[in-house]
Each structure stands twice: as C-alpha cells, then as structure tokens.
Design a protein around this ligand. Structure first.
Ligand code: PLP
Length: 424
C-alpha cells in the first residue's frame, strides 16, 4: 500500500486511526531523548580502566622525558602524536595533539583565518565577505561556527559518495570569497556517506578562486565502524592535495571523544609542514600546553592503532544492535509512506528523509509525545532545510528498551505527519 495512491477518504480514515495511536503514546508520559550523538552509559564504561592507567603510582613521564604534570610541549607528547597520526593516515611530525575537542581546534583555525589569515594571505576580517561551502545535510556545530563568525554559508547537497562535486567545483572556482568547505569524509554526520576516491581527488585538485581555500577534513568517525567486514577507508586527502600541487589546502581533524570519553578525550589536527608551523606559532600564544596526563593515559590505554581498533569493536558490539533495531523498525513501520533513510556502516547517525514539508511537524509531534529528536532543520545551514524533509536519528544514547519505545513513537509521528501533508 502506497500512501500516495490512497483516496481522500482512505487518508482520512488512516489519519483518525493514527491520531488514536498517537494519543495512546502521549498518554504514556514518556521522557526519552534521541537528540544528540552521545555514547550510552555502557559505552562509557568500556573506557573506565583508562582512569587507572595514570595515577599517583604510575610513571608520569613521556618517552622523551617530559614530565607530563608540568607546563610545556604545547603540541602534544610524541607517543600521543604517533597514536593520533596512526588513525589520521599522517606523519606524526605533522600532527598536533591539543585538548579534548576537535571542534574547538576547528573553531580556533577558522578564527585564525578571520583574525590573521593563512600563510601570508590577508586576514579575512579585512575582506568584505567570507563564504563557506556546507555540504548538507551536515553537522550543526560546523554551521554554528560559520554563523557565529559571520561567514555566509552555501549549502551543497550531499550524495552517497560525498558532496555534489559539480556544484562544489563551480562555487570554489567562481568566487574568491569562498574560503573553505566542511567535510566529514567517513560515515558523515548525519548521512553516513563515505567520500569516494573520485570526490577526494576532485576536492584536492579543483580550481579555487581563493588561494587560501581550506578543506576542513573532520574525520570524526575514522575508526567508528559498525560492522566487521564492511569497514570504509577514505582516500588520504593529504596525499591527494600534495599530488595535485596544493599541499597546504587541507586541515585534518580527529579525536577520541567517541573512543574513550566525550569531554575527556584527546583531539588532534594534522596538516602540511607549513600549516603546522603556523598553527603552532598561533596556538603557542593561546596556551602553554594542553593536558599531557590525559594524552599519556590514552596512549597507555589504547596503545596503537590495533589497540584502538580492538577497543572500537567493543563499541560496535553495543551500538550496532541499536542501529539494526532502528533500521528494522523504520522498514517494518513505514512501508508505503514514501520516506527514505540512510543505512550507515559506521558513525553515529541515521539520516531520515520524510515527505516534503513534514520534518518539523514530525519532530514537534514526537516532542509532544515525550520523545526529543534533533531539531528539524538543524542539519542545514541557518537551520533552513529548504524542503523540510531531514531528521537526524541518533540511536546510541538510549538503552535498547527506551530506543524501541522512542522509535515506536517516531514511526507513528512520521505516518501522522505524512497523512496530514497529503491531505493538506
Ligand atoms: N565532528 C563531527 C562530525 C561530530 O559529529 C562531532 C560530534 O558529534 C564532533 C566533530 C565533535 O568532536 P569533538 O568531541 O572532538 O569536539
């Protein structure tokens, strides 16, 4: 049965039935939250032993003799650089390990562009306008950085293999005020898309009107695979940029926020030698150094890339069943509605596309029934989803039983909002 083929009378009858079901959900007095991509409590428990790796009885010196309790080594202890370099496909010499948040580093680097400019180019604050390419749906906090710094955002539609590159190339080549692009290349937030080799090559080699154009390569989910045997591995943007004669075009980012503890992980930036030298000179004014005890703790706990991969399998064992359940419930509950959704192999989200004009209504209905979803529109610049279709589903935080209840409500709300839209 396809909703689009139902007569008005059939739709009216369906609406009445769905309203009755919805009232039952509302009567349960639920208070469930699926708004953000946070690890669940059982995932956080996986990293508790890390807290014992560094204590009053353990060695507190880095391999180069640095006393991790003291000031200094602003760009990270060598063993932490090696650990982060191993998951970032980079040479450890050109990696800086900073504080707990990669988003914080991204914010600082965009700010540096604004205040000082990159590698001798003019500070953006001296230019009449700065613009940014924003593959959408995308990560709301990337968009918030642009919005706060007054950078005009240009949405470009995401495909299953990355942003629509014809559009990206056209915009980058034609407008010198366009200084950058947000990219979440592997298991993107929220669509789960994995950038193809072709997209990586085109980003690295495209003509840019702005000499100081930067690809913000936010590989937040580089080790966050859900299913063994289906692990993605995106081509290296650094190698691609070097091969096409643009060695300074990218900044790579990663963190252990969703490996160990969000808020108490370690975060890193990797870049060309020239960019790293400039970043160090600027960040060296911002801080004397970050938390080296936490860097040491991470190295002792995770070891190397293999240790990290083993640890990530434990996360996958907890969250893959949550993704599977959400996908099964969407499949079973929404037959014929005309909605679609992503089926990611990793990352933290499922991206839902409802009928045009239904996303806001669906999220509002769910909220009324006690289920908080990510705000509709949040995945687009200025919170403006032009077709009002996209909803980000974040399955990781609620325990399975709560997730199941939340998804029952969500499915009902999608159907009700869809029928309302078809009757309007
Ligand atoms: N980048 C993306 C794409 C994310 O989805 C998130 C968190 O949800 C972050 C960055 C935040 O990273 P961090 O905790 O390192 O600041």
């Amino acid at each position: 049965m396809s909703y689009a083929e139902l007569s008005r009378e059939e739709l009216e009858a369906l609406k009445a039935a769905l309203e009755a079901e919805y009232a039952e959900h509302c009567a349960k007095g639920l208070a469930l939250n699926m708004a953000r991509g946070k690890p669940g409590a059982d995932q956080l428990a996986l990293s508790l032993p890390m807290l014992d790796c560094v204590n009053a009885t353990t060695e507190l010196f880095a391999e180069d003799g640095t006393d991790c309790r003291n000031y200094g080594v602003m760009d990270g202890i060598p063993e932490a650089k090696r650990l982060m370099a191993s998951i970032m496909d980079h040479d450890a010499e050109r990696v800086c390990v900073f504080g707990n948040s990669s988003l914080n580093i991204m914010y600082d680097l965009v700010s540096h562009g604004m205040l000082y400019g990159y590698l001798g180019a003019p500070a953006w604050k001296t230019l009449p306008e700065i613009a940014w390419i924003c593959p959408s749906p995308g990560y709301d906090r990337h968009f918030a950085i642009c919005e706060q710094l007054g950078i005009r955002m240009i949405p470009v539609r995401m495909t299953e293999t990355g942003p629509d590159m014809d559009e990206v190339e056209r915009i980058a080549a034609s407008d010198a005020s366009v200084k950058g692009i947000w990219c979440v290349p592997q298991y993107s937030n929220p669509t789960g898309a994995v950038y193809s080799d072709e997209v990586v090559r085109r980003l690295a080699s495209m003509e840019c009107a702005a000499e100081d154009f930067r690809i913000f390569w936010d590989n937040a989910y580089c080790v966050h695979h859900l299913y063994e045997g289906r692990e993605a591995h995106v081509a290296d943007i650094a190698a691609a940029c070097e091969a096409s004669g643009h060695p300074d075009r990218y900044f790579k980012f990663a963190s252990t926020s969703k490996v160990t503890f969000p808020g108490a992980g370690i975060a890193a930036v990797a870049a060309s030698a020239a960019n790293i030298a400039e970043i160090k000179s600027r960040v060296g004014v911002q801080t004397v150094g970050y938390d080296k005890l936490n860097q040491l703790r991470h190295v002792k706990f995770l070891g190397d890339a293999n240790g990290m991969a083993e640890h990530m399998k434990k996360h996958a064992a907890i969250i893959a069943p949550k993704f599977d359940m959400v996908l099964d419930m969407l499949e079973a509950g929404l037959e014929g509605v005309g909605a679609t959704w992503s089926k990611p192999d990793g990352g933290y989200f499922i991206s839902f596309e409802g009928l045009p004009g239904t996303a806001k209504r669906t999220v509002a209905l769910a909220k009324e029934a006690g289920v908080t979803m990510t705000g509709a529109g949040a995945t687009w610049p200025y919170k403006n989803d032009p077709r009002d279709t996209n909803i980000r589903i974040a399955p990781t935080l609620p325990p399975m039983n709560e997730l199941e209840q939340a998804m029952e409500v969500f499915v009902c709300c999608v159907k009700l909002a869809s029928v309302e839209a078809l009757l309007a």
